[in-house]
Design a protein around this ligand. Structure first.
Ligand code: SF4
Length: 238
């Protein structure tokens, strides 16, 4: 049975970051393992792990960067202003959040919202591998440059956002992180236009017609990418 992992009121008996009644059965053991993970330095400073949320399997999986302050407090991904904007973006694509699986490349908050280190991303990668395998999405949306780098190493997000490629039998679509648009309002129409392409890409993936990279999505040149920063709420920006 698919169980929704939508961010919302948590079971009174569930610890933040650990499995709850909403956790898909495939993830109960994994979430427990993540909650006890000591594999990198971030284990020393986290309040709670943020394994992910949503159903498994799911057709669409979004992969962000790292938990922010609010996520670290609640053990849930994308629960602040970025999360509300992500909900709006998913609505643009006709998707409800509780139909989408959402995770980050690292499951613990970097101190002071610094960028996750390469060794931290590498240490956490086996968890993300297992999540992708269990969710088995047709389409993976990478949010921001750190998740993008897994499939598009060396690329610039300003150049390839919204352009899907085929990898491991899935469509991978790089997009800006929602927090970027909160920092730079000029990115808002860009990220909305990219999300508006999702239904078409999902149909493409369902049809299995994408044996090679689909045509690049055309869109207006984006404004200059913002520099790394954080919102007043302590959320990560690119
Ligand atoms: S970020 Fe990942 S690898 Fe590092 S301690 Fe947290 S769960 Fe473990």
């Amino acid at each position: 049975m698919v169980v929704s992992g939508r961010a919302g009121p948590r079971d009174a008996s569930a610890a933040p970051g650990g499995p709850s009644r909403r956790t898909p059965p495939a993830f109960v053991e994994l979430y427990e393992e993540i909650a006890d993970c000591p594999r990198c330095e971030l284990a020393r400073t986290r309040s709670h792990t943020v394994p992910g949320a949503g159903p498994a399997p799911a057709e669409v999986m979004c992969i962000g960067e790292a938990p922010g302050q609010r996520e670290d407090e609640l053990g849930l991904p994308f629960v602040g202003a970025s999360g509300r904007f992500l909900d709006q973006l998913l609505a643009v694509a006709g998707l409800a959040r509780d139909t989408v699986y959402i995770a980050n490349v690292v499951k613990c908050r970097p101190p002071d919202n610094r960028d996750p280190a390469l060794e931290e991303i590498a240490a956490c990668a086996p968890f993300l591998d297992r999540q992708i395998a269990a969710v088995d999405p047709r389409v993976i949306v990478t949010l921001g440059r750190f998740s993008m780098a897994r499939w598009f190493p060396g690329e610039a997000i300003s150049r390839i956002h919204g352009r899907a490629k085929r990898a491991d039998g899935r469509l991978i679509v790089p997009m800006y992180h929602p927090a970027a648009a909160l920092r730079n309002g000029g990115l808002r129409p860009v990220i909305e236009a990219d999300f508006a392409q999702l239904p078409q890409l999902l149909e493409h993936a369902r049809a299995g017609a994408a044996t090679s990279a689909p045509a690049a999505i055309t869109h207006a040149a984006p404004p200059a990418a913002p520099t790394t920063s954080t919102t007043p709420a302590g959320e990560r920006l690119l």
